[in-house]
Design a protein around this ligand. Structure first.
Ligand code: SAH
Length: 407
């Protein structure tokens, strides 16, 4: 039999045989193969090795990263047998993804965005965020971990960043048997505060200490859209983090904004961001508290708002937690609806991939019923272009939101 070599290690490439009847998703170019779909692994590939996937008859199907510690045992990369998956293959994918963000950065009003979004950019397990001249990376698979020297070299060649920081502290690394990392990959570390611009709003980003890789750039478009409704309005920004919705609303002439977040660092940074943007601090109230508690405080004080933003963390990390999460989303939204002046707007989001738009609408209908309110959906929010959704990978779609008129 012809020997096929791994183009990265020059060792013979191992083969993985798929169970009969499990070809469909692979043929449709879904990039995941679950361990339960595998009939047999020939030889002993190391975790992170690139292997050949064959169907039960022995025909070639795809090349992919192997990992026997993960529920997703294979993350597929390439479906054409004749394409060589070597360093250049990965360099090319990095370059194409980076080039795809040019439009977002073109007019100079924004210098922060996601450059590489994992499977959705054909690089399973690699996330790269740009913060002005600094990069933050998250490495979530052992396959990408092996390739980091090549990926870092390509990012340096393309972008010449001042620093690259590894922020691989995501819990999904555990599923791949990888340890948590929080360290600079370049000789220079990023400064404690990196100043970035998004839609001409300035933010201080603390890459090492901040949440996620430092910032939630997936709400860029939604912050701008929501802000266009806020002139002269009394706004409540719940789960404000460092002020994405707050700062945009104040910049658009909101009468006042109250921001609530449980993180002390987020609230402290938000106050600095108000100053950085030369916004009127007299129009802003920052409250470090649990949103669920604070909404009840407002209810008891009979405090009302014209616009409320709800941007909670992921309540449903998996499909199995969807029922419980739906109840939490319902309760949160019900409380917020009760705090709105009649005809007021609720901008409500869910970043749980397991919760699709249809279910989210049902949750809101349920919340409206319980609150005794009428709700109209007047706009549907989604994730921006630097968080693309690959047609063959619907799992990449996670952020959704609804602008509701509540009366
Ligand atoms: N809207 C923000 C992003 C929100 S991320 C933006 O535009 O940047 C979710 C935020 O919820 C985080 O800042 C986290 O600190 C906060 N958070 C999580 N649980 C909370 C709770 N129970 N009460 C208040 N804030 C909470």
């Amino acid at each position: 039999m012809k020997k096929v070599y791994n183009f990265l290690t020059f060792a013979p490439m191992f083969e993985v045989i798929l169970k009969k009847g499990k070809e469909k998703a692979v043929l449709q170019r879904h990039p995941w193969v679950f361990s339960g779909a595998i009939e047999k692994v020939k030889g002993k590939p190391a975790n992170g090795d690139i292997v050949r996937l064959l169907n039960a008859k022995g025909d070639f199907m795809a090349y992919g990263f192997y990992n026997d510690q993960s529920r997703v045992a294979l993350r597929l990369l390439e479906w054409d047998e004749h394409v060589i998956v070597d360093d250049n293959w990965f360099r090319n994918k990095v370059a194409v993804a980076v080039a795809g963000r040019a439009d977002i950065l073109a007019d100079g009003t924004t210098n922060t965005c996601r450059l590489i979004f994992s499977e959705s950019d054909y690089l399973p397990g690699l996330i790269v965020d740009k913060y002005a001249d600094h990069l933050a990376v998250q490495v979530l698979t052992s396959g990408i971990e092996n390739l980091m020297p090549v990926i870092i070299d390509e990012l340096q060649r393309l972008l010449n960043p001042e620093s690259i920081f590894d922020k691989s502290d995501a819990s999904s690394r555990e599923h791949e048997g990888l340890e948590t990392v929080n360290t600079a990959l370049t000789l220079t570390s990023p400064p404690e505060n990196v100043e970035v611009r998004e839609n001409n709003v300035i933010y201080n980003i603390n890459i090492a200490e901040g949440q996620k890789s430092g910032f939630y750039c997936d709400q860029r478009d939604n912050r701008k859209i929501l802000a266009s409704y806020t002139k002269d309005k009394k706004v409540l920004d719940c789960f404000s983090y460092t002020g994405g919705f707050t700062l945009n609303s104040l910049q658009h002439g909101a009468a006042s904004v109250t921001s609530v977040d449980s993180s002390a660092l987020a609230i402290e940074t938000l106050k600095e961001n108000i100053k950085l943007n030369k916004l009127d601090a007299a129009k802003h109230i920052a409250i470090q508290s649990d949103v669920n508690k604070q909404l009840r405080v407002f209810r008891d004080q009979d405090e009302k708002f014209d616009i409320i933003v709800l941007d909670p963390p992921k309540y449903a990390p998996s499909r199995s937690s969807l029922d419980r999460a739906s109840r939490a989303y319902k309760d949160l939204n019900r409380l917020a609806m009760l705090l709105l002046n009649s005809g007021g707007l609720l901008a409500t989001y869910s970043c749980s991939g397991a919760m699709n738009m249809e279910t989210f609408k049902q949750v809101l209908a349920w919340a409206a019923l319980d609150a005794g309110k009428q709700v109209q959906f007047i706009y549907q929010f989604c994730q921006p272009g630097d968080h693309p959704v690959r047609a063959s990978f619907p799992e990449g779609e996670y952020l959704k939101g609804l602008l509701c008129r509540v009366s």
